[in-house]
Design a binder for this molecule. Structure first.
Ligand code: ADP
Length: 264
């Protein structure tokens, strides 16, 4: 009870509370600095590697005159590495926007079949090893979501499914309406390398990439799932996964359905 504390006790407790507050504040500053250091070092490395390739091939093109087929391959290398830099810069800008609270989510009525069509077509073009299956419930209601960001998240999950199943296999996009929670659940399933239970929770943090012999040589920034979680949650949705090591993974997102209007 209040009476158990004398004014001396109160004075002492207030002193301790102030010191604890200062310690907490310092700890937060240190954490910010170390997050920023990781950010700068990973980002510089991820940008430096493709840039070195671009400089190398551009230099070769300037100094040599190879047959057309070789020239084409060098130009393709320059193009692929430029795309890698562009994707990394986009990811970094998105993370920076999220950190400063500028998520800029624009909720609108989204006809999901359009979003799926675009993203699935792009993924189909990117791989010959995988069979893409689509299972979309008919009469699906529209979603209330940010169209561009949702499309990027689904594209990212599909592209991860391709990247992390290097031996090919089936990739399934399944979509159903959860009537009880009035939300649309999208699942992306692959038959790839899978994810150990112990690693599953940390995947949605910045720069988290699982280091295994199987992931050697697979490129990425480790930012995609972090951005996906921030965006999906800002839309009032949820993201999670189910996976078994060496068997495959399913990443799910659930997004609120528009209250009225079914567009199929
Ligand atoms: P990255 O650019 O590294 O692919 P993400 O944030 O999209 O970044 O994914 C983080 C990590 O999660 C990946 O580096 C990979 O280790 C793991 N991961 C993501 N998707 C899959 C998947 N479908 N199967 C296995 N591992 C995955």
């Amino acid at each position: 009870t209040r009476q158990d504390f004398s004014s001396n006790d109160m004075f002492l407790l207030q002193g301790i509370a102030s010191v604890a507050a200062i310690a907490l504040h310092s700890a937060m500053l240190i954490r910010d600095v170390s997050v920023r250091d990781t950010f700068v070092s990973v980002a510089s490395h991820e940008l430096r590697t493709p840039l070195t390739s671009i400089l190398g091939y551009a230099d070769l093109l300037l100094r040599r005159n190879p047959p057309d087929a070789t020239k084409k391959q060098w130009i393709k290398n320059i193009f692929d590495n430029s795309q890698r830099i562009s994707a990394m810069v986009d990811d970094l800008l998105n993370v920076s926007r999220i950190h400063s609270g500028r998520l800029n989510i624009k909720l609108e009525n989204v006809r999901l079949s359009d979003v799926f069509e675009e993203t699935v077509d792009l993924i189909k073009e990117s791989t010959k090893k995988h069979e893409l299956a689509v299972n979309i419930e008919p009469e699906l209601p529209d979603a209330l979501a940010d169209r561009d960001k949702l499309s990027q998240v689904i594209g990212n999950l599909l592209s991860n499914a391709v990247k992390y199943s290097p031996n090919g296999g089936q990739i399934m996009l399944s979509v159903h309406y959860d009537l009880q929670q009035q939300r649309i659940v999208v699942g992306v399933t692959d038959e790839g390398i899978g994810i150990d239970r112990a690693d599953q929770d940390s995947l949605f943090t910045t720069f988290k990439r699982i280091q295994r012999p199987e992931t050697q040589g697979i490129r990425g920034s480790g930012l995609g799932l972090y951005i996906a979680k921030e965006w999906i949650e800002a839309m009032g949705g949820e993201i999670w996964l189910e996976s078994e090591l060496n068997k495959g993974s399913t990443f799910f997102i659930a997004i609120p359905a528009q209250k009225s209007g079914k567009s199929g």
